[in-house]
Design a protein around this ligand. Structure first.
Ligand SMILES: [Zn+2]
Length: 142
C-alpha cells in the first residue's frame, strides 16, 4: 500500500463522482490530477486536492454516527462503536500521538507514519477537539 493508493482510490472516486464503484473502470495518477475512466461516460480528471479533502471529510462525516465511551480502567482510552455495523475499536489519545485498532488507521500509519480514522475523529470530537492537529498542538503546548 502506497500513499497514492490510499488517497486516490476507486472507491473515493466513485463517492466523489456519485457513481457505483463498479462503474469506475480505471483510475490513473497523473502529474496534473487523477484520471478516472467511468463506464458509459467520458473519462474525467479530478484534482489531487479534491481527493485529499475528501479523505478527511468522508472520515469526519462517518465519525458522526459513532458512539464513544471512555474506558473506566484505562486512562485516555475510548471504545468507539458503530451500532449499525456492530463493530467496536479501541482508541487511545496519548501525549503526542493517537492510535486506533482499526485497519484504516493501520494502513494510514504505515503510509503516512500517523493517521486519523473515523474512530479517532469521533473520539477527538468527544473530547472537544476539532481535528488531530488541534489535539497534537494542545499536547505540545501543555
Ligand atoms: Zn479507527
Amino acid at each position: 500500500m502506497t500513499a497514492e493508493q490510499l488517497l486516490y482510490s476507486k472507491s473515493a472516486a466513485a463517492r466523489l463522482l456519485g457513481v457505483d464503484l463498479e462503474e469506475i473502470l480505471d483510475l490513473q495518477v497523473w502529474g496534473t490530477g487523477i484520471w478516472v475512466n467511468i463506464e458509459g461516460q467520458r473519462p474525467r480528471i479530478l484534482s489531487k486536492k479534491v481527493f485529499k479533502q475528501h479523505f478527511v471529510d468522508w472520515r469526519k462525516a462517518a465519525a458522526r454516527s459513532l458512539l464513544v465511551t471512555p474506558q473506566v480502567f484505562a486512562r485516555n482510552t475510548y471504545t468507539v462503536r458503530n451500532e449499525t455495523k456492530e463493530t467496536r475499536y479501541e482508541v487511545q489519545l496519548l501525549s503526542g500521538c493517537v492510535t486506533c485498532t482499526c485497519e484504516d488507521f493501520a494502513k494510514q500509519r504505515q503510509v503516512f507514519k500517523q493517521g486519523c480514522c473515523k474512530h479517532l475523529y469521533a473520539a477527538l470530537k468527544f473530547c472537544g477537539y476539532g481535528s488531530l492537529a488541534d489535539y497534537l498542538n494542545t499536547q505540545v503546548a501543555a
